[in-house]
Design a binder for this molecule. Structure first.
Ligand SMILES: Nc1ncnc2c1ncn2[C@@H]1O[C@H](COP(=O)(O)OP(=O)(O)OP(=O)(O)O)[C@@H](O)[C@H]1O
Length: 224
């Protein structure tokens, strides 16, 4: 499902020259249907690992295999369909402010060319599931932080991705909203989606025990 083999990553500077490695010698495999926490202090490399898992970057060394596709060797035109099978939740919400809650969730389906009759049913079900029924017409700024975060998750999963990759999805939320977001991620996982979540929180992994990959200085220092 997700396989990192001796991965190193360095970011290029403005002139295209590679800086220091921010990930080094990372190897692990995440099985289909698994739930994994990515932990580590600020700057440890969590977001960089997640960008690789979203096929947003290619490794500088080694290989990242996502859903059977080795991304360092994949052609550009193979990456777009791969990314459509990966749901991503970013720390900053990236909702479209001029669209309603309904249209924000419907957008990925419209971009994928799904029929409006199917969209109507799927979006209604999902908004109901995340507890936003009755608030479909509101724009993101008219929703609470927790509601916006749940909307982001709804948008990430509406296309039924095989892999869901969430970067600090609860960092802006109070404890109750964070638990509710976690419950949505856990439910997606129960339904078969492979889920990866990076977090600073110690509370959430305690609430939902699962494999924990801990990074420090770009290296894997614990796996358990
Ligand atoms: N686009 C970039 N260009 C250059 N360096 C970067 C870039 N993004 C991250 N880095 C560097 O890579 C290292 C790892 O950063 P990363 O954001 O992956 O860590 P993190 O564990 O997610 O941190 P945080 O918890 O603070 O979000 C840091 O030293 C950071 O400065």
């Amino acid at each position: 499902m997700v396989r990192f083999s001796r991965v190193a990553l360095a970011y290029p500077d403005l002139r295209g020259r590679l800086g220091p490695a921010v990930l080094r010698d990372l190897s692990f495999t995440l099985g289909e249907g698994s739930f994994t926490w990515i932990l580590g202090p600020s700057g440890a490399g969590k977001s960089s690992v997640l960008r690789l898992m979203q096929a947003a970057l290619r490794p500088t060394e080694g290989e990242v295999e996502l859903l059977g596709v080795p991304i360092s060797r994949a052609r550009r035109r193979d990456l777009a369909p791969l990314r459509r099978r990966i749901g991503t939740v970013h720390q900053e919400f990236r909702l479209l402010s001029h669209l309603s809650a309904w249209d924000n969730v419907a957008l990925p389906l419209r971009l994928a060319g799904v029929a409006e009759s199917t969209i109507r049913v799927d979006v209604a079900d999902l908004l109901d599931w995340i507890g936003l029924d009755g608030k479909e017409a509101r724009r993101p700024e008219e929703l609470s932080g927790g509601e916006q975060q749940r909307l982001v998750i709804a948008r990430a999963v509406v296309t039924r991705p095989t892999l869901l990759v969430a970067d600090e999805p609860t960092s802006e939320l109070d404890a109750r909203q964070a638990r509710r977001t976690l419950a949505l991620l856990a439910e997606m996982n129960r339904q078969g989606t492979t889920v990866v979540v990076a977090t600073h929180s110690e509370d959430l992994p305690n609430r939902h025990p699962a494999r924990m990959l801990t990074l420090e200085g770009g290296r894997l220092v614990a796996d358990g």
